[in-house]
Design a protein around this ligand. Structure first.
Ligand SMILES: C[S@@+](CC[C@H](N)C(=O)[O-])C[C@H]1O[C@@H](n2cnc3c(N)ncnc32)[C@H](O)[C@@H]1O
Length: 226
């Protein structure tokens, strides 16, 4: 009796929470409150790749092992640097001829300028503050050996970065993306990198060269032209 009452109370509270939440958001329900069917409709699956897109793909244990496979002494870029932890791994792990670090937020470019003072003085590291597409578009065509994309992880953000980077990598150059996932389990956020990557590979005839795993599903993928 008490159990049934408590269950009923819980379901009333949940219904009330959804209504209040929706009212606050102007009638928009939280995606958590939608049915699985409604969520599937709202977020269509990434397009299927073909055998040709994955036949040469090698699976790696993580993105640090990946750096052992990336070109050494290269001209490269990292889009989205945050505290520059991975930038540091790129510098130490691949010894780039020139690494361009790009971020839209002044707080992170400030970190980069502090952290890579000697590399900047030696012209090994260049720091760019601004929107990724604006910065990348200002570079010469076929300039980079590889670019690591880790900025805006929405579908639109990943797509515009991929499209901007495409003409800027050399023939045979590599495009890497962090957070190759459909949904972020840690930040409970919809990611669109998977959809953007599949569409990019299908449209531009690129294949997966490496897939580097990450323990919560925030994998890295490295692409090259077929
Ligand atoms: C996930 S963090 C990058 C993490 C870093 N690559 C690492 O592995 O440690 C994403 C970064 O992208 C930057 N960002 C987001 N949108 C951007 C844009 N349109 N242009 C440039 N940077 C952007 C954010 O300011 C943030 O620092």
């Amino acid at each position: 009796m008490l159990g049934a009452l408590s269950l009923r109370l819980k379901s009333c509270i949940s219904a009330l929470r959804k209504r209040i939440g929706a009212a606050i958001r102007g009638g928009e329900p939280l995606w958590q409150d939608l049915s699985p069917e409604a969520r599937r409709k709202m977020w269509p699956a990434a397009r299927d790749l073909q055998e040709k897109h994955v036949r040469n793909c090698q699976l790696l244990v993580n993105r640090y092992v990946l750096l052992e496979r990336m070109p050494k002494n290269a001209i490269c870029a990292e889009i989205g640097i945050l505290e520059c932890d991975y930038s540091e791994s790129i510098v130490r792990g691949t010894g780039p001829a020139q690494l361009h670090l790009i971020d839209i937020k002044p707080q992170w470019t400030k970190v980069a300028r502090k952290r890579f003072k000697s590399e900047i003085a030696a012209n090994q590291v260049c720091v760019h503050e601004g929107d990724s597409v604006a910065v990348i578009s200002s570079m010469p065509d076929r300039y980079f050996d590889w670019v690591y994309i880790d900025g805006d992880h929405t579908y639109a953000g990943a797509k515009r970065d991929l499209d901007a980077v495409l003409p800027k990598v050399k023939e045979g150059g590599l495009i890497a993306l962090n957070d190759y996932t459909f949904f972020g389990v840690s930040d409970f956020t919809k990611y669109g990198v998977m959809e953007a990557v599949h569409e990019f590979c299908i449209t531009n005839d690129f294949e997966f060269l490496f897939l580097a795993l990450q323990g919560r599903g925030y994998h890295d993928v490295i692409l090259r032209r077929i």
